[in-house]
Design a protein around this ligand. Structure first.
Ligand SMILES: [Zn+2]
Length: 296
């Protein structure tokens, strides 16, 4: 047995050495090819008709042209499609493009109905978006693994037919927040449609400091207590002093951060594991800030 083992060892060693030799040979070949090209260039120069620069340029040109054609794939076209100029379809779109409205606040104060998502892109270029993880793989505690899209099924005589729901939040982290949801057969289109909806559903929220412990005149929190309710989910938000942060769960935090609220206490009641309803309840509560009377 030991002899056999030794033989095996020796065999493997031999193989490794052979591989090394092959690699070295390859390297040498590469070097020689470089040398050959240099020799060719030298020959062309010595024949006298061309300068060194011309020869080098000619050698480079064909190498450059070919990969450009290959690289032109889907990505390039998509980018081009994104940069197509916006042609507004509505009266409001035309007004925005002419520069009638300097900011989104102006537009919202006039009570205009936004029908084109491009209006928001144009007025608030720094808008950020975030996916609310409403779905999950079936399992304990509302799904073991959370996903941005929720899969729903209806029964058909030949099996189940699926649809995907998505909820997207947009905001500029400075008082502007929007939420949208959508359904589609595909994951990606559901998210894209929800994003468009979120842009159309944008509001300006009221911020302030309603905490008796803080008493500053900043806008880091909310001016007073608010509530929002969607489905069975009820949300109560309370103003806090500075430095407390957003006291809430992961999905709620995303929305409040995008809205630009830095410190807030959040209480929830009901079936908060339906995260779609939770997100919309938070949005309702933020919306109610501007429809209620307060101390501010
Ligand atoms: Zn304060």
């Amino acid at each position: 047995m030991t002899k056999k083992k030794k033989e095996k060892h020796e065999e493997t060693r031999d193989e490794i050495e052979k591989e090394k030799e092959v690699l070295e040979e390859k390297e040498e070949e590469e070097k020689t090819t470089d040398k050959e090209t240099e020799k060719k260039i030298e020959r062309q120069i010595t024949r006298g008709k061309k300068t060194k620069e011309e020869v080098l340029e000619k050698a480079k040109e064909p190498e450059k042209k070919e990969p450009e054609k290959e690289r032109r794939g889907r990505r390039e076209y998509r980018r081009e499609a994104e940069h197509v100029e916006w042609i507004p379809k509505t009266r409001l779109g035309n007004d925005v493009l002419k520069g009638k409205y300097k900011s989104l606040e102006d537009l919202l104060m006039k009570g205009e109905i936004i029908l084109e998502p491009e209006i928001i892109d144009y007025l608030v270029p720094e808008l950020k978006n975030e996916l609310i993880y409403i779905g999950g793989t079936p399992g304990k505690g509302g799904g073991a693994r959370r996903t941005p899209t929720k899969m729903t099924a209806r029964m058909h005589k030949s099996g189940r037919r699926f649809k995907l729901n998505a909820v997207v939040v947009v905001g500029n982290e400075d008082g502007i927040i929007g939420i949208g949801k959508s359904v589609s057969n595909e994951h990606r289109t559901a998210i894209e449609k929800a994003l468009q909806q979120a842009k159309l559903n944008v509001i300006k929220i009221r911020r302030g400091c309603g905490s008796w412990e803080c008493n500053c005149e900043g806008a880091h929190s909310i001016p007073f207590k608010t509530e929002g309710k969607v489905g069975s989910v009820k949300v109560v938000m309370l103003p806090t002093p500075t430095g407390v942060g957003i006291v809430a769960g992961g999905e709620t935090k995303k929305i409040l951060r995008l809205a630009g609220v830095k410190d807030v206490w959040v209480k929830t009641y009901g079936m908060t594991s339906t995260r779609g309803n939770l997100a919309f309840a938070i949005f309702e509560a933020l919306k109610n800030l501007s429809s209620k009377k307060g101390d501010m």
